[in-house]
Ligand binder design. Structure first.
Ligand SMILES: O=C(O)CCC(=O)C(=O)O
Ligand SMILES: [Fe+2]
Length: 362
């Protein structure tokens, strides 16, 4: 008899099902004079207000599929380099936000201080990932990008690919923030002068393969629960899965839901500074990366159960920030009187550097 394989979907980290994220098309937002643009801006803002996460579609005129493929290809090639080559382009300091971070260097976290993050590291272990961080091509004096371009031709091509992609994502940030501005009843160019420097961060992520049982029953994670720091994050993920968002606690106790990889979409989420800027009108939703759904094959001929290792996962995140010099305080229309501002004003750089110092090791 031919072996019959059963393929139950198992997930050690708990999931309350698939997250019902809104789908938002970029197309009408690209032409603000089009009749659909206004409605699209409201739909965009509504998505950030209700779930804080959305799937963006129809973006290929700004970010072609072939560019995304090139970035993933160059990323996989980079992470496959020998460790000394990767270490030769290591992040010089936590706030430089440029260069390679070996597994364990960063632990994304909800905790705000280095001491609290250290305690969390002891309890749940380090993130199971390595990253390469890229800052704006308009390099800040004293904070150069450690490119791998001195290594070989592939290193030179890597630099060009990433710089090109960085600028396209920078443009996407401007377009989406214009949509948010219109949705909030602000001038369409309200945010432009506070975003034009491009103090953003392109992050390549590699989550190495994990042996069966390596997630220790859901205790270990590829990336711990956290919220992002800046305005918006664009997430490009492979087909592996494992990203989860926190479910709003509507009386049912909350929990985590899967953000399934969907072809031809970018996952977009709002970060903490956006929530703060909007006086909490916009949600910065917690998320994490856990053991992906996987298949356990049972073979009747041997009556043995084989639990496979978890394959690697690659993703690319583009973290958007206001210009470092921007002053972030409650936006017009989000409060009625001075006392209605939930947070004190803060300089974008001070806020971001505080978060980086807590979560990235020296
Ligand atoms: O890899 C992912 O899917 C998410 C990564 C992430 O949330 C982060 O790096 O902030
Ligand atoms: Fe994140």
């Amino acid at each position: 008899m031919a072996p019959s394989a059963t393929s139950p979907q198992t997930m050690t980290a708990k999931s309350e099902g698939t997250a019902p994220l809104p789908l938002i098309s970029l197309e009408p937002l690209l032409d603000p004079t089009s009749p659909q643009a206004h409605q699209a801006s409201h739909a965009l803002l509504s998505a950030f207000r209700t779930s804080g996460f959305l799937y963006l579609t129809n973006y290929s005129s700004l970010i072609p599929r072939s560019d995304i493929d090139k970035v993933f290809h160059a990323s996989a090639h980079f992470f496959a380099r020998p460790q000394p080559q990767k270490d030769s382009v290591a992040l010089p300091s936590p706030t430089s936000n440029r260069g390679y971070q070996r597994p364990g260097r960063e632990k994304v976290s909800l905790a705000a201080t280095a001491a609290d993050v250290a305690r969390e590291r002891q309890q749940t272990g380090d993130d199971m990932k390595e990253t390469y961080e890229i800052g704006s091509p308009a390099a800040r004096p004293g904070n150069p990008q450690p490119w791998p371009d001195a290594l070989d031709e592939a290193g030179v091509a890597f630099r060009t690919t990433m710089q090109d992609f960085f600028l396209k994502c920078q443009e996407l940030h401007l377009v989406l923030m214009r949509g948010i501005a219109v949705g909030m009843g602000l001038d369409i160019h309200f945010f432009d002068p506070m975003l034009d420097v491009g103090d953003n961060n392109l992050r390549l992520l590699h989550y190495p393969s994990v042996p069966a049982g390596g997630f220790e029953g859901g205790k270990r994670m590829r990336a711990g629960a956290h919220s992002d720091y800046g305005t918006l994050t664009f997430l490009f993920q492979d087909k592996r899965g494992g990203l989860q968002v926190e479910k709003a606690d509507d009386g049912g106790g909350g929990g985590w839901m899967d953000v399934e990889p969907r072809p031809d979409t970018i996952v977009v989420n709002a970060g903490d500074l956006m929530a703060r800027w909007s006086n909490d009108l916009i949600r910065s939703t917690k998320h994490r990366v856990v053991e992906p759904p996987h298949t356990t094959s049972t073979t009747t001929s041997t009556t043995s159960t084989t639990s496979k290792a978890h394959p690697p996962r690659y993703s690319v995140a583009y973290f958007c920030n206001p210009n470092y010099e921007a002053w972030i305080e409650a936006l017009p229309g989000t409060f009625e009187e001075e006392g209605g501002k939930r947070y004190e004003g803060i300089n974008s750089r001070d806020y971001l550097f505080g978060r980086l110092n807590a979560t990235v090791g020296a």
